[in-house]
Design a protein around this ligand. Structure first.
Ligand code: 3HC
Length: 300
């Protein structure tokens, strides 16, 4: 019969039982999850910015309603995830301070600008599509509150991915200018979406522990490959071209092979030097401050 904290925790992990907030857990496990879940939450909230810029410029009332619904979903995803992180003993205020001071990260993909309406399609199709591949895996993560948040979030992400793909399909089949706009958006969002899965397995700092604790069930590279294999086919269906001259299908492995990613750019962007990093944090600080009165009024 396990008696120590470590034994109880280890037995639950080995038996694939969910670790719950009041369960004994190693401090390193708690800190790993605080980092990952809070950064996941930050990504959801910061990700609202590039899309929010297009609400007033949506090409139709229907398009505007869909975009509004999606952005509202993302805010809700952020709240679920902040709440899941709070069960580990970190406060909302601490997490926001970590984000606003640059101590915490958010997904690199949101440091790129949404330049045209086709970008809204590319974000839904590629960014939410990549997020789904990662988050379906996280529905089986060992920490109970995180896994349960993922179940609800994945249902809504599927709508996000489909609406983005619909925008891209319509534009690709539209006028030559619309087709070119869709291809241009794919050209700019393809690599940043692949980088969402994190560095290569060989370079990943946290994957070894994440597998040991069953936080991760599939590796960064395996999930990236799953996304590539699915998305190349979707690209061909709508008549666009994956922006990679070295893309080729390997009949032996059954996977698509692609060019190596630009990891120098990845590290530059995640360390604060992407096209929109400063703008994203300034925006967050400004509107978080403007919303202070609402938070204070709710506390009374
Ligand atoms: N952007 C920013 N930082 C990244 C990153 C990315 N795309 N990929 C990795 N990193 C960071 C990690 O945070 C870590 O830095 P840290 O120690 O300062 O936190 C470092 O690079 C090393 O990477 P590892 O692979 O070792 O880190 P992880 O094991 O944490 O794996 C991850 C990275 C795969 C992103 C993992 O954290 C994860 O699965 N997170 C949950 C999913 C998530 O956050 N997705 C973000 C997008 S959410 C979204 O798109 C919303 C949708 O609705 C649009």
């Amino acid at each position: 019969m396990p008696t120590t904290t470590t034994d109880i925790f280890t037995e639950k992990i080995e038996r694939d039982l969910a670790i719950e907030p009041r369960d004994p857990m190693p401090e390193e496990y708690r800190r790993h999850l605080m980092r990952q879940i809070s950064q996941h939450a930050h990504s959801e909230v910061i990700g609202m910015q590039p899309e929010g810029n297009w609400i007033t410029r949506a090409p139709s009332l229907r398009a505007k309603m869909i975009l509004l619904a999606k952005i509202q979903d993302e805010g809700g995803h952020g709240l679920y995830l902040y709440s899941a992180a709070e069960t580990l003993g970190i406060s909302r205020e601490e997490m926001i301070e970590q984000l606003q001071t640059g101590k915490a990260r958010y997904s690199s993909v949101f440091n790129y600008p949404a330049l045209t309406w086709a970008d809204i399609g590319a974000i839904g199709w590629l960014v939410d599509g990549a997020a789904i591949v990662n988050q379906v895996m996280l529905q089986r993560t060992s920490y109970g509150p995180y896994a349960r948040a993922m179940v609800r979030i994945c249902k809504e992400e599927s709508f996000h991915q489909r609406q983005g793909y619909e925008i891209m399909a319509k534009m690709a089949a539209g006028t030559p200018e619309q087709h070119e706009m869709a291809q241009d958006a794919l050209n700019r969002w393809w690599a940043p979406a692949l980088m969402m899965f994190g560095p290569s397995d060989a370079e990943s700092l946290h994957s070894k522990a994440a597998f040991q604790w069953k936080i991760k069930r599939e590796s960064n590279d395996a999930l990236r490959q799953k996304f590539i294999d699915k998305t190349v086919q979707q690209t061909e269906v709508i008549g666009l071209k994956v922006p990679d001259p070295n893309l080729r299908f390997n009949a032996e492995t059954g996977h698509y092979e692609t060019s190596p990613l630009n990891w120098d750019e990845f590290h530059r962007v995640i360390n604060g030097d992407g096209p929109c990093n400063r703008q994203r944090l300034e925006h967050h600080r400004k509107f978080h401050e403007e919303g202070r009165w609402v938070r204070e009024a709710c506390q009374c």
